[in-house]
Design a protein around this ligand. Structure first.
Ligand code: BTN
Length: 332
């Protein structure tokens, strides 16, 4: 652990009380100069640290940033976030993570940024990613068949939706998932998931799981074509949310689901996904590259495909597309 991070963790443990430089240096077996240098570089990163003669140092305020040292403090995962790459700005965390993964980055590597200038959404769309959001990607190396890879998207949807549900008051409206993996609050999109994979016929090389949460952003700043369908967590909660705590919790939930998947325990995730999914039971129109199809969304299969039943009762599974819920039933 870098010196500044060990100094930071000690200051955090003191919960805003003073601790002397001598105490820090003996606890870390570091010289007083090294401790002072650690404090100096923390201040340069934006930490407000008070220094008082005879009392020592006191952490007054941490910057509102997704810094690796903030994420790591209290992170209880074993794999996700073992290695963290942090940017103030990057084109796309998915692209950066993919580059790292193709050069051998280890499982769990996390790429996180304050903003993206070329954020990517599903189906080749752009993803608006201003400061205040939580934009990140993780590198996974699952020992599963490429056919099972969509399960990772499903478990990520459940992890994100459950964490968002926990931080949002019931008065903000229902938290749910719109197939395939839009997380909604009161039918407006608060988070999205983009899973990209490098695989051979029978083997996954790596998966980049990209997640974007509209945390402390203003939905009115979104491009006008996106604005009506978008909401941020701060708008739903009524105040700014703790982005670092939310990211840590999402990582922990993701890891639980992911390790479960590797052990062959996917049933509970699918059950939870079905509970959260707002699309099931509705008549929908799905716009796909090959055209449109209309049907009743009756279920999701274990690969994440949406099972549609048309008016004649014929079922069809759809794997990618955009869903619109129809108000009027096709036969009414
Ligand atoms: C969607 O709903 O269309 C998926 C959006 C995924 C956005 C995230 S933000 C972090 C990661 N990097 C990207 O470029 N995209 C994903």
């Amino acid at each position: 652990m870098p010196t500044k991070e060990s100094v930071l963790f000690i200051l955090k443990e003191e919960e805003g009380s003073y601790i002397s430089g001598a105490d820090i240096s003996s606890r870390l077996s570091l010289s007083r100069t090294a401790v002072w240098k650690g404090v100096k570089s923390l201040r340069e990163e934006g930490y407000e640290i008070d220094a008082a003669p005879r009392l020592g140092y006191r952490l007054v305020k941490a910057p509102d940033l997704l810094l690796p040292s903030e994420i790591r403090y209290g992170l209880s995962t074993k794999v996700l976030g073992r290695e963290i790459y942090y940017f103030d700005e990057v084109v796309s965390t998915n692209d950066f993570a993919e580059e790292l993964a193709s050069r051998g980055a280890s499982e769990g590597t996390l790429v996180v940024t304050e903003r993206q200038i070329g954020g990517k959404g599903r189906l080749g769309r752009r993803w608006f990613s201003p400061s205040g959001g939580i934009w990140f990607s993780v590198v996974l190396r699952p020992k599963i068949s490429p056919l099972d890879a969509p399960k990772i998207t499903l478990l990520a949807g459940v992890a994100v939706a459950d964490v968002i549900k926990e931080v949002t008051p019931p008065s903000a409206g229902e938290v749910g998932i719109k197939w395939p993996n839009d997380v909604l609050i009161n039918t407006r999109k608060v988070a999205g998931i983009l899973t990209e994979m490098s695989a051979e016929v029978d083997r996954v090389n790596f998966v980049v799981l990209g997640i974007g949460v509209n945390a402390n952003v203003d939905s009115r700043d979104f491009p006008s074509d996106l604005h009506p369908g978008v909401v941020s967590l701060s708008e739903a909660v009524g105040e700014k949310v703790d982005r670092v705590a939310i990211l840590r919790t999402i990582l922990r939930r993701l890891e639980e689901g992911y390790l479960g998947l590797q052990r062959g325990e996917f049933g509970p995730v699918l059950t939870r996904w079905r509970d959260l999914c707002e699309t099931l039971g509705s008549w929908v129109k799905v716009a796909m590259l090959e055209g449109e199809i209309v049907g009743e969304a009756v279920d999701v299969d274990e690969h994440g495909g949406l099972i549609l039943r048309d008016v004649s009762g014929k079922e069809r599974v759809v794997h990618a597309g955009d869903v619109t819920v129809l108000r009027k039933l096709p036969h009414s």
